[in-house]
Design a protein around this ligand. Sequence first.
Ligand SMILES: Nc1nc2c(ncn2[C@@H]2O[C@H](COP(=O)(O)OP(=O)(O)OP(=O)(O)O)[C@@H](O)[C@H]2O)c(=O)[nH]1
Ligand SMILES: [Mg+2]
Length: 322
Amino acid sequence: MSEENGALFSDELPEDHRSGFVAVLGKPNVGKSTLMNAYLGQKIAIVSPKPQTTRNRLLGILTLARERGELADAQVIFVDTPGIHRPLHKLGEYMVETAVRAIPEADLVLFIVDVSSLPDDEDRKIAGILRQYGGLPVLLVLNKADLLPPGEVTGNVDAYRDLGDFDDWMLISALHGENRERLLEMIVERLPLGPRFYPEEQITDQQLRFMAAELVREQVMYHLRQELPYSVAVVVDQFKERTADLTYISANIFVERDTQKAIVLGRGGEMVKRIGRDARHQIEDLLGTRVYLELWVKVRKRWRKSEQELRRLGYSLPPRKG
Ligand SMILES: Nc1nc2c(ncn2[C@@H]2O[C@H](COP(=O)(O)OP(=O)(O)OP(=O)(O)O)[C@@H](O)[C@H]2O)c(=O)[nH]1
Ligand SMILES: [Mg+2]
């Protein structure tokens, strides 16, 4: 293998090898991260029943090879994005901008919708944004088909198909697997011929310490009610391999107000203990070592509204290219 312009070339790749970036877009909570994780067979992105779970652009790199019995020789680079919504603060603006910026860098867009309910203004807004990128192929992915009552299939499918001029569409269940393989075929067929951009054993571009912080935030999403999880950011500040079988991780859970800090701690520290215990199991699965996890709850007043705080917490965009 030789490395040139960031791409890996190998004499062993067949001439019909395909590769490209597949932006996974849609409003919050429609199943974008669930779909990407399902293709990778691993939790690359955290998932929760609450909207606005994903806050960053995350790559899921799927390398396929016919010699392993897979459907093609290809490298599909999924780009999971935050749900596009009407932002209420600077964090929301960052999330939406992150998602929109993934569009012009993609070879193909998956527009994911929740087919179990009818399109709303957010779906229409996203369809409108996609229309501005004429020439970019878009597949309409009608997810959560398992929740769709049989009598409503045609009505709901047609309502979404009417939102734009899509290359094709597919009814799927990201969670249960229905039509996931067929959708993957449709994706691969539409990718340009090209080399692998990443080594085949690499499945994401994220650092382990970021993934560990996200797994803590995932447990925050599950354990805390209502609006509180949205005020939470998690940053790992120490990540040390103590021995071959033990990793020490210390992370800060930032909230916006003292009252929130009290809730995250819980009576006698019960809540943060529960969050830590569940997150630790997840991080142990990720790292394949035992984990000693220490969590600290801290207040950063109104961090979601402050450009400077967002930067400190890792929510900042690189300058626009060109
Ligand atoms: N029944 C059903 N639930 C699904 C399906 N796909 C995803 N879900 C559920 O929908 C919820 C949201 O899933 P996510 O993958 O976090 O959605 P997302 O689009 O990434 O959401 P954001 O990151 O907030 O934009 C979770 O509770 C998933 O388990 C599906 O095909 N069927
Ligand atoms: Mg997500």
